[in-house]
Structures are given as structure tokens and as C-alpha cells.
Design a protein around this ligand. Structure first.
Ligand code: ADP
Length: 421
């Protein structure tokens, strides 16, 4: 028979991607379907159509007979309300939409422990409670839960990563009692299992609609952020992934959970380990403010990474920083600006690299294991001069990211037993 294949489906901010991995974790095939520019990204049916398009295309590229498992990731915190028949009621409330009802947020702040990730205007639990107030809504699911439920034709389950900001306690492995006090009926929340757990067979619905093997397993999924971390191949405590995108995001595999809400730090459970992350307001958006990508590439060729500029920038576009320092009034430092753009750029790259170094030191001070390796993803990862500057500051091996797309990381969850540490 054919060698086994696992599918990962990533429902992201701009579209859906599907990755097929073989048992060794190598990519066999992939498909992507962006959402149309005019499409309503909060309409569950838009997600579903893009998912179906990817699966239908993939079916003509590879044999579905070989598929043994499938898992789905979605944007963290995107919630939808369902009626008694399991149909979505209206639009979803997206991950980046603050809860419009201040009373809901206040009720959560009163009921939740002080370090709960479900606190604040961006709480997924607040979105869930707001959805429950819509006429006809009897329960809620996260975006990834719903896509998986629809593929496998059942009511749905969630995973500890998607459920974290909805208030689920990944240490006690339960929906805590305070959730009811905050105004959310626990019975209206999905059951939660660890990411990668085999949940059920895909069954007849998946087989009839997509030609997927009915005996293949649906595995519990994760969030898009955790999935892109898993895709890189990071696998042991101390393995870090730095995302050099519009913002600077640090993620580190830890042997214990770390929680520091004042820095925006929470821990996602992945297998026996914990994924700890922190996001700075600095990052590529500052570079893009001063330089077009083509200029960045041109100027980078003239940098002298082994000769530090001595500039002491803290690159930010507006005042305010959350991590590695928590100070809403924190001032950007971008002066003095030298006449030579090459030196200015190197100063910016050094500044962001210094924030990265401070960030990993901060995680260390909060109880993380020692940094062991760094993998780099995002638009800035291609910049070798920057890599050289960062490696000199961090002093640990820099490893290539195996992949960076969330779909590949989620497919790893569907590979089975040994997919997670
Ligand atoms: P996003 O977080 O928006 O998905 P990307 O991962 O696409 O971001 O990265 C975009 C960022 O990468 C931009 O802010 C840009 O300034 C930065 N970037 C692009 N090319 C380079 C380069 N050669 N060196 C450093 N940064 C770069």
C-alpha cells in the first residue's frame, strides 16, 4: 500500500492553505486559496469554501487513499456561534475584534484569576459570551474547531491551544468554574483535548464530500501561531523561533508553563512541552517605514555587520512597548540619524537584534530554560547580515527553519504518536 500521508489545514488571516506531509515530515503536496479581496473574512462560509477548494485541488494532485490523518488550525481567538442544528448564526467575531460590550469584559475581569489569558478587551471568552447573547445561538466553537467538525460531520471538539484565551486551564485540563460566574455556560463550550489527539474517524461525511478515507483520523488541531512554530522543526526545550515580520515575535519551547500577563506572555501546551511567546512592537514595520524592501536588499549588501555602529536605537513607530519592557509610554529611540543610510539601517537592525536578545533574557529571567538554538522566519529572515548581527548577540546556533507555514506544522499534529515532543 502507499506510504502514509497526513494533512494539515491552515485557516489563516488571508486565506486557506493545505499541506500534505509524508511520515518523515517532508512536504508531499500543498494548495492555497486566498480569500477574495471583497470577501467577508468573518463569514464562516468563506472559510469553508476556501477549504473545500484546497481539498478538491489536492485530490487531483495526490491519492487520498494514503491519507491517515488530518488536523486543522485557525486564527487564535476567532469564535463563532452555532444554532441547535449546528449551523453558524451570523458572522464570526474575529481574533482582532475587541469585545464591543464593556460589561462582558468587566464580568470576566471580576471572575477570572489575575493571570488568566481570557482577561481584557481582546478576550476570546468575551467574544464567546457576546455570541451567546445572539438569538438562536446555543453553543460556540473556535474557527479551527468548526472547520474540523464540518469536514468530519460532527458537533466538534477544541484543543488546549485554541481554548487558552477562552479561559480553558491547560494545567488542570478543565474549563474552570469561574467561567460560569463570568457569564459563559460551560455546557455551550466544546470539549477540549490536547493538540494532535486522535479525536474520531473522518467518517462518511468526509468520504462522500471530499473522497477522504473514512477510516482516517481527525486529530485535534491548534492555533495558527503554534502551528507555524511547529512547522520550523523546533522540538526541544530551549529551541526558539524568532519571527522577523511586521512585528518582532519570540517563541521558545519550555519544559514548564510561564505566565506574565503584564508582558503579554502566556504558555501554550504542546505535547510534554510549553510554547512561550512574547511580541515586541518593534520589528520590520519600522524598517518598512524608512526603506522599501528593494532598498533594504540593496543597502544590506553594503553593511559591515562585524563593525557595530555604536548607535543605541530602540526602533518603534509610536511610543509604547509591551515586551521585553512593559511601558505604554516607552519612547522610540531613532536619533541621531547619520547621513549615510547604510549606517542608519545597520543601527536599526542592531537595535531590533538588541530587543530580541533582551527578550530571550527576559524569558530566561521568568524561568524559561536556557536558549539552545534560534530559527528565523518572516520577511527579515532572508537578511544574512542581520543574521550575523543577531547571532553575535545571542551566541547560540542559528538553525534553518524546516518550513514556516502553519499548514505544515498542523499536518505534523496529524502524523500521529511521535509528532510532538
Ligand atoms: P508580516 O508580519 O506582515 O507577515 P512578513 O513576514 O511578510 O511580515 O515580513 C515583512 C517585513 O519584512 C517588512 O516589515 C519588511 O520591512 C521586512 N523585510 C523585507 N525584506 C527585508 C530584508 N531584506 N531585510 C530585513 N527586513 C526585511
Amino acid at each position: 500500500s502507499e506510504p502514509p500521508v497526513a494533512l494539515g489545514i491552515d485557516v489563516g488571516t488571508s486565506g486557506v492553505r493545505v499541506a500534505a506531509l509524508d511520515a518523515a515530515g517532508d512536504m508531499v503536496a500543498g494548495e492555497a486559496q486566498p480569500f477574495a479581496p471583497e470577501a467577508d473574512r468573518a463569514a464562516p462560509d468563506i472559510w469553508w469554501q476556501a477549504t473545500a477548494t484546497c481539498l478538491d485541488r489536492l485530490r487531483s494532485a495526490i491519492s487520498f487513499e494514503a491519507i491517515t490523518g488530518l488536523a486543522v488550525d485557525g486564527t487564535s481567538g476567532t469564535m463563532l456561534g452555532l444554532d441547535a442544528d449546528g449551523a453558524p448564526v451570523g458572522r464570526a467575531i474575529m481574533y482582532n475584534v475587541p469585545c464591543p460590550d464593556a460589561a462582558i469584559v468587566a464580568a470576566i475581569d471580576t471572575a477570572a484569576p489575575s493571570d488568566s489569558p481570557a482577561r481584557g478587551a481582546n478576550s476570546a471568552l468575551a467574544r464567546a459570551i457576546a455570541l451567546m447573547r445572539r438569538p438562536g445561538v446555543v453553543r460556540v466553537l473556535h474557527q479551527a474547531d468548526w472547520i474540523a467538525a464540518r469536514i468530519a460531520g460532527f458537533t466538534g471538539v477544541s484543543d488546549t491551544n485554541n481554548a487558552l484565551k477562552t479561559g480553558y486551564d491547560p494545567v488542570a485540563e478543565t474549563w474552570p468554574d469561574w467561567i460560569e460566574a463570568a457569564g459563559m455556560p460551560v455546557a455551550a463550550l466544546p470539549p477540549v483535548v490536547a493538540p494532535g489527539t486522535p479525536v474520531r474517524r473522518l467518517g462518511r461525511a468526509a468520504s462522500e464530500r471530499f473522497g477522504l478515507p473514512p477510516d482516517a483520523f481527525l486529530h485535534a488541531g491548534t492555533t495558527d501561531g503554534c502551528a507555524s512554530f511547529l512547522a520550523t522543526g523546533a522540538s526541544a526545550p530551549g529551541d526558539a523561533v524568532t519571527a522577523l515580520g511586521s512585528t518582532l515575535v519570540l517563541k521558545l519551547f519550555c519544559d514548564r508553563p510561564i505566565s506574565a500577563p503584564q508582558y503579554g506572555i502566556y504558555s501554550h501546551r504542546l505535547g510534554d512541552l510549553w510554547l512561550v511567546g512574547g511580541a515586541s512592537n518593534s520589528g520590520g514595520a519600522v524598517l518598512r517605514h524608512f526603506f522599501a524592501d528593494a532598498d533594504l536588499a540593496r543597502l544590506t549588501a553594503q553593511l559591515a555587520p562585524d563593525r557595530p555602529t555604536g548607535l543605541d536605537y530602540y526602533p518603534l513607530l509610536t511610543p509604547g512597548e509591551r515586551f521585553p519592557v512593559n511601558d505604554p509610554a516607552f519612547a522610540p529611540r531613532l536619533t541621531p540619524r547619520p547621513q549615510d543610510d547604510t549606517i542608519f539601517l545597520q543601527g536599526l537592525l542592531e537595535g531590533i537584534a538588541r530587543i530580541e536578545t533582551m527578550g530571550y533574557r527576559k524569558l530566561d529571567a521568568l524561568g524559561a530554560p536556557p536558549l539552545r538554538s534560534v530559527r528565523s522566519v518572516g520577511g527579515g529572515a532572508v537578511n544574512m547580515a542581520w543574521t550575523q548581527i543577531r547571532r553575535a548577540m545571542l551566541g547560540v546556533p542559528f538553525l534553518p527553519a524546516r518550513a514556516s507555514d502553519a499548514a505544515a506544522g498542523t499536518a505534523r499534529l496529524a502524523l500521529g504518536r511521535n509528532a510532538l515532543p
